[in-house]
Write a protein that binds this ligand. Structure first.
Ligand code: 5CA
Length: 439
């Protein structure tokens, strides 16, 4: 992509309304624009990041055996009356009536709708277990939308729903999502810690929040230091195998959000030097709630011995739009964002230090074409801005690599490759630079 043809409206000054660094940087780098309170447009740079995050989430869901579908944003109130949640949900639910005065709502979550779909299709024990998921916009009329997309009113969520015949089966589905979540967040360069959590309006008695530690996080959390050093299971993990040892390993050490915090247990179980008391961002939340919806909504299948059995269910959410902000909170410096490569909007930013100079333009065109042909995502700053402004903009938008080309280096047939994270610059020939960027 040539910057001269792209749409990336940078802001010069810090936006006053932004209280936390991710919100400031997302506005300044032209990733998002507020449309109304808690509702955002995703501009091209932000949209690219959102799609990358979404794709990692999707790959790990698929690997865990979950099956993707797509449900609508607008739902009928009738299903929510069946489950009993229509009245319970309160003002957070955006209620709408259509031209026939039918009560509709903008979905804040999808337990009812998926249970309706599943009950109409599943007949026998052969139709389970299944985990179904979608990636769709949600609306919650939060009292205090704040911190940009971190706590929005409209936000993008991945939500999965599991259907099992037995409690043990439901536990296996829960374990799959637990492991998939560890892997998902790690692939985005985040350290997430599963913590015992409250279930709120979703319900159930087994639940973990996946927390990324950050000073600006909204949740107060407590955990054992060892959990911060752990790494997620490797790519070759058998998701159909017994995952319970992994769960035990991750849940045997103390970790809880403030709602579930037990000070006495924390102090008894965790030696003083290992006690972490911090703030965190909830990027995912998983729930096992058994028959909470399958009983009132009559979602059953016939078991092998001919009985009608209510299904054992769970739901599993990831805040995809929130993750874009969480990654920035975890990865930035005073000059701007530092994207981990797997979610970067482009891998390389090519900086032409003297647009209009023939040798520099030719070298840039050559690099640009060769990298594009090698399927490397590249943003070429071909504008005639000053070098200083180009450097600042490139640092602000945080692409992992900057390829800097100017007349002085070219005299010796050299270009510079800068690592955005470390700031380290290497002088390389054009071929060497390409070899470093093409895997
Ligand atoms: N039905 C369940 C699981 S599918 C559910 O809705 N869970 S949730 O309420 O915990 O939301 C799932 C994830 O969505 C959260 O972990 C969080 O990362 C994200 N999320 C929730 N509310 C917001 C919000 N207002 N803005 C941005 N992200 C949000």
């Amino acid at each position: 992509m040539r910057l001269s043809k792209f749409f990336m409206p940078l802001l010069r000054d810090d936006p006053k309304e932004a209280e936390i660094v991710s919100h400031q940087l997302m506005l300044r780098s032209g990733m998002i624009r507020q449309a109304s309170s808690g509702i955002y447009s995703w501009l091209p740079l932000g949209h690219k990041v959102l799609r990358k995050i979404e794709q990692i989430v999707r790959e790990e869901q698929d690997k865990a055996g979950a099956i993707e579908l797509l449900m609508p944003t607008i739902q009928s109130a009738d299903l929510w009356r069946e489950s009993g949640r229509y009245d319970v949900y309160g003002k957070e639910m955006l209620r709408i009536s259509d031209r026939h005065d039918r009560d509709m709502l903008y979905g804040p979550t999808n337990e009812e709708l998926i249970t309706d779909i599943f009950r109409s299709a599943a007949r026998s024990y052969r139709d389970v277990p299944r985990i179904l998921y979608h990636i769709q916009w949600k609306f919650r009329d939060e009292i205090r939308p704040r911190f940009g997309v971190m706590r929005g009113r409209e936000f993008l969520m991945k939500d999965s729903y599991s259907f099992d015949l037995t409690v043990e089966g439901a536990r296996r589905s829960y374990n799959k999502m637990f492991v998939a979540y560890l892997r998902t967040f790690e692939r985005m360069g985040l350290k997430s810690i599963p913590m015992a959590a409250d279930t709120g309006p979703i319900g159930g008695d087994l639940s973990h929040e996946f927390i990324v530690l950050a000073e600006t996080g909204e949740s107060e959390v407590f955990c054992h230091r060892d959990l911060i050093e752990k790494t997620a299971p490797e790519d070759d993990i058998d998701m159909d195998g017994d995952l319970s040892p992994i769960l035990s390993e991750w849940t045997s050490k103390y970790a809880a959000t403030i709602e579930k915090h037990d000070k006495e247990r924390f102090e008894a179980e965790v030696p003083k030097k290992s006690r972490i008391s911090a703030r965190g961002i909830e990027v995912g939340h998983i729930f096992y709630f058994g028959t909470k919806y399958s009983v009132p909504m009559n979602c059953t299948v016939q078991s092998a011995d001919g009985q009608q059995v209510n299904l054992e269910c769970g739901s599993y959410g990831i805040g995809i739009s929130r993750l874009a902000a969480a990654i920035i909170e975890a990865s930035h410096d005073e000059n701007g964002i530092i994207w981990p490569e797997p979610v970067a909007p482009f891998k390389v930013g090519l900086i032409n230090l003297k647009s209009g100079d023939k040798a520099t333009d030719n070298a840039c065109e050559d690099l640009y074409n060769r990298l594009q042909n090698a399927s490397i995502e590249i943003l070429y700053d071909d504008t005639d801005d000053r070098a200083g402004a180009k450097f600042a903009a490139m640092d602000l938008i945080g692409l992992p690599w900057q390829l800097i080309v100017g007349p002085r280096g070219l005299k010796d047939k050299l270009v510079e490759l800068k690592d955005r994270r470390t700031g380290k610059r290497d002088s390389l020939s054009l071929d060497e630079a390409i070899n470093r960027l093409v895997p």
